[in-house]
Design a protein around this ligand. Structure first.
Ligand SMILES: [Mn+2]
Length: 401
């Protein structure tokens, strides 16, 4: 398979590091007082007050606004919902989203950022079958996001009538690259808040301050709006979980953006894989440099390129400027230690929209058809909880919308 590694090389280079340091310094006072700043802004906006009712209305308003578009009729690249009130509305949506993740998503996984995403009914012990839709990097490719959301909503309704559950996981990298990234993010956030039990957003390496300041999103937000709004988004990104784990009838699968993390013994050079439910994660940081190494690698690692099953390659330093590439032994010991059978991830571009490694148990999925002037056969994964091994890799192009 052809692999486009051009844009992945040295993504976290010296200039990105410097930009990270610069924004971390200049935005740090805002990060500390972000909630006060937001509240002040909302109150000064006067037309919208904080409160249950107006927050619900805001979600509905964003949902209604984005539902009017289609893949052939996208929103204006440079115009945002509510025009002059856009920044205020976005701030309220951010607050609502963060409140939901902190109050309802994090407690399930605290203190480990592994989200158990079961499809078991809490009201009874009967476990309905579930259809999972796993989405890779969307990077501001609005036409794909519209199709995925419309398809998911139709499936949620169908499942409700026919007795199956629907779970949609966005595996990070919603922002940057594509010019519709802010629209993408707002639409996916509104979708998530509208269908709380069905949708989950995981963090990608682009949902982070230094990367999003350097690869499009931050610049767009600061040009159209303000540094404070950019700080608000960075503050929200830190609260996205890193991993979801789902238990199916015949095994478990895990979703994460980058790859399998390792701990290297500095003396022997030998590696160890972490046990997820005991590792002391420090992932809730706006800046990658302040995270622990395992969190950093979950966002950044890749499998070894063109790995040969006959080889015994273990790991290398990544050319991305951060993290490692890992081989089959690392993958298998991680899966065994953490009781996982399959891993679905994004992070890498393949013109076919997907790539399988390690006996088809590690699946890379890319869901943006329009990526930095390259045409990609964008894909998503459909997986049935009654038979995890029969997952299918579907074309987003085949969906209507
Ligand atoms: Mn990525």
């Amino acid at each position: 398979m052809e692999h486009d590694d051009f844009f992945e090389r040295n993504e976290y280079d010296e200039s990105t590091r410097r930009i990270g340091q610069k924004y971390h310094r200049s935005l740090e006072p805002t990060f500390i007082s972000i909630e006060e700043t937001q509240t002040k802004m909302i109150l000064e906006g006067k037309t919208k007050r904080i409160g249950q009712d107006s927050e619900k209305t805001i979600v509905d308003e964003f949902w209604k606004f984005y539902s009017q578009f289609s893949s052939t009729n996208p929103p204006d690249q440079d115009k945002y919902y509510g025009d002059s009130a856009a920044e205020l509305n976005m701030t309220i949506l951010i607050r609502e989203f963060q409140k939901y993740y902190l109050e309802s998503v994090y407690p399930v996984s605290y203190p480990v950022p592994v989200l158990i995403f079961p499809h078991k009914s809490t009201k009874s012990n009967i476990r309905p079958p579930a259809k999972y839709f796993l989405v890779g990097d969307t990077h501001g490719s609005f036409s794909d996001v519209v199709k995925l959301i419309k398809h998911s909503v139709a499936e949620i309704e169908k499942g409700f009538n026919e007795g199956y559950d629907v779970k949609v996981v966005f595996i990070g990298d919603i922002v940057d690259r594509g010019k519709w990234d802010l629209h993408n993010l707002l639409y996916i956030m509104a979708f998530n808040l509208k269908f709380k039990k069905n949708v989950l957003i995981l963090r990608g390496n682009h949902e982070e301050m230094s990367i999003s300041a350097n690869y499009g999103f931050g610049r767009r937000v600061m040009e159209h709006f303000s540094e404070i709004l950019f700080a608000s988004f960075c503050h929200l990104f830190k609260d996205l979980p890193l991993i979801s784990i789902s238990h199916c009838d015949n095994g478990s699968f895990l979703c994460l953006h980058g790859g399998i993390p390792i701990l290297i013994n500095p003396e022997s050079g030998e590696y160890e894989v972490p046990l997820l439910n005991t590792y002391p994660f420090n992932n809730r940081q706006v800046w990658i440099d302040e995270m622990d190494p395992i969190s950093q690698q979950i966002l950044w690692n890749d499998p070894i390129l063109n790995y040969s099953p006959e080889s015994s390659e273990k790991f290398y330093d990544s050319r991305r400027g951060i993290g490692y590439t890992f081989g089959e032994e690392v993958f298998r010991s991680f899966c065994m230690k953490n009781h996982v059978d399959f891993v679905f991830r994004g992070h890498q571009v393949f013109s076919e929209g997907f790539h399988k490694d390690f006996d088809d148990r590690l699946v890379t999925i890319f869901s943006a058809s329009d990526y930095v002037k390259k045409k990609i056969d964008a894909r998503f994964v459909e997986l049935d909880s009654t038979n995890i091994e029969n997952y299918t890799i579907r074309r987003i192009g085949d969906l209507s919308g």
